[in-house]
Design a protein around this ligand. Structure first.
Ligand code: PFF
Length: 493
């Protein structure tokens, strides 16, 4: 066991690291699209309700668990309740998998960044579509056909993993300095993108679509589920990241104010990103003479097909803005990517007392090797499937279990009084109600509804065996987590 725990150099380093983890690729392609799909401006209501009723309470909980125990997720949860170590390992397995496909999406950004200098993705919408699907990804048509490896994706992946390693290898003190850059640079780029977007003709049309409220969605459970799902993903909850980051804080540091700052900064950035994305989409729609919904693609297509199309149409400096946009994605994503690796490394170090300088490169190499699957011609489908299973079932399950352990076994009231002892902003009994009832009920309902939907309709157009593989994998990870929790570690002596 390391005798002296690593420490952030200041409170702001910790807050920036948490903000950096939260603000990621999800803020640019996921938030605006989900907002648009679920009632535009009206979606902000469920979104902020989800933030208040689940996001902030769970973030306070995770900061508390990390800070109080001074340990990575598995050993931290074990300290809270002996039998809950496996929950920590489960979150670590999930976040490792998340890091493997997140780094693949980063690799696509690396390739687009490179191409943006020559607008190498082509000039017509068809060419751009073809570039993403065929030239870069070489899509095989089915997850069952892996085909060969796409070299540019593999090279981008190697660059991403090397960057992750370089950010993490000097430890938390240096990381605390790196995050100032990885948070501030994208903020700056984003503001420029918003100004540029708003100055384009047609921008107002785009913003109308983004923001015009359709209040009927408030009656649809789907919008509420989407809001909760997005809050969990965007705040990096239930993945061990916040626990490990908080464990590098001194035990008497503030908890609640940090949680409020992190979550509001993240959601504010997501909201702002919507302006950059939708103003540009408005411009694209006007230039192509179609309506905004026609150019609004879901998820990844938005960043890699729609956006480059809009960039091409810019009257001046299109290469410059192309590079700008992908640099924005890279700087946004890198601090989320390394925040997915740190809990894995920290958990192994804390449990077995191994040296970080050996564990980190091994985890990075292993992550890269798993990423080879996503670099194949069938890789795109596996990225999509992994994202679906981890975000819809994994995160919800871990969040639910954490609430039960703290709310019922450890005691929400006891946790709250410890949190209030060190925090500037005191939290009232409302927090207990959220942790014991509201958050777990929402998570439980969401888990069951997603499962029913999966059983009834499958997922996308994927063959049924992929659904079994995904579910089987989650079960396998659960078994692995139990096995890992039973192994003797240094702290057991
Ligand atoms: N919050 C990140 C995003 O919005 O892109 C994604 C993420 C990072 C999720 C780290 C989970 C995590 F542990």
């Amino acid at each position: 066991m390391p005798t002296i725990r690593e420490r952030w150099s200041s409170r702001s380093s910790f807050v920036f690291a948490a903000i950096g983890s939260a603000i990621g690729l999800g803020n640019v392609w996921r938030f605006p699209y989900i907002t648009y799909q679920n009632g535009g401006g009206a979606f902000l209501i469920p979104y902020f309700v989800a933030l208040i009723t689940a996001g902030i309470p769970l973030m306070i909980l995770e900061y508390y668990v990390g800070q109080e125990t001074q340990r990575a997720p598995p050993t931290a949860l074990k300290k809270i309740w002996k039998k809950s170590e496996w929950i920590g390992w489960f979150s670590v397995c999930l976040v490792f998998l998340l890091s493997t496909y997140y780094s693949t999406i980063m690799s696509w950004c690396v390739n687009y960044f490179y191409q943006s200098f020559t607008l190498g993705w082509g000039s017509t919408p068809e060419a751009i579509n073809n570039f993403f699907n065929n030239t870069l990804l070489g899509k095989s048509g089915s997850p069952g056909i892996l085909g060969g490896i796409q070299m540019p994706v593999l090279i981008g992946l190697a660059i991403t993993w090397i960057s992750i390693y370089l950010c993490l290898f000097r430890g938390v003190k240096i990381l605390g300095k790196i995050v100032y850059f990885t948070v501030c640079i994208p903020w700056l780029l984003l503001i420029i993108m918003v100004i540029r977007g708003l100055s384009l003709p047609g921008a107002i049309e785009g913003l109308n679509f983004y923001l015009t409220p359709d209040f009927s969605v408030l009656l649809k459970p789907q919008a509420w589920l989407a809001a909760y799902g997005q809050i969990f993903y965007t705040l990096s909850l239930a993945m061990g990241t916040l626990i490990i980051y908080a464990s590098y804080q001194p035990k008497d540091s503030d908890i609640t104010a940090n949680a409020f700052i992190t979550s509001l900064a993240n959601c504010g950035t997501a909201f702002l990103a919507g302006f950059a994305v939708f103003s540009t989409l408005g411009y694209l729609a006007q230039s192509m003479g179609v309506s905004v919904p026609e150019v609004t693609k879901s998820g990844l297509g938005l960043a890699f097909v729609t956006y480059p199309t809009a960039i091409n149409l810019l009257p001046v400096a299109s290469r410059f803005f192309g590079a700008f946009f992908f640099l924005l994605l890279l700087t946004l994503g890198i601090d989320s990517a390394f925040s997915e690796v740190e809990p894995v490394v920290g958990s192994i170090v804390d449990k077995w007392g191994l040296k970080k300088k050996w564990v980190l490169p091994l985890v990075c190499i292993f992550g890269f090797l798993v990423g080879i699957l996503y670099s194949t011609r069938g890789g795109f489908y596996w990225v999509d499937l992994a994202d679906h299973f981890i975000c819809n079932y994994g995160i919800t399950l871990v969040g639910l279990l954490e609430c039960i352990v703290i709310g019922y076994v450890f005691g929400a009231r006891k946790a709250r009084s410890c949190i209030n002892e060190v925090s500037d902003v005191r939290i009232g009994p409302w927090w207990d109600v959220f942790i014991k009832f509201i958050t777990p009920i929402v998570l439980g309902v969401s888990f069951i509804m997603q499962l029913i939907k999966l059983i009834q309709n499958g997922y996308g157009n994927y063959p049924i065996w992929t659904i079994f593989t995904g579910m089987g994998f989650i079960v396998l990870l659960l078994i692995l987590s139990v096995i890992l929790s039973r192994r003797k570690g240094v702290s057991d002596e």
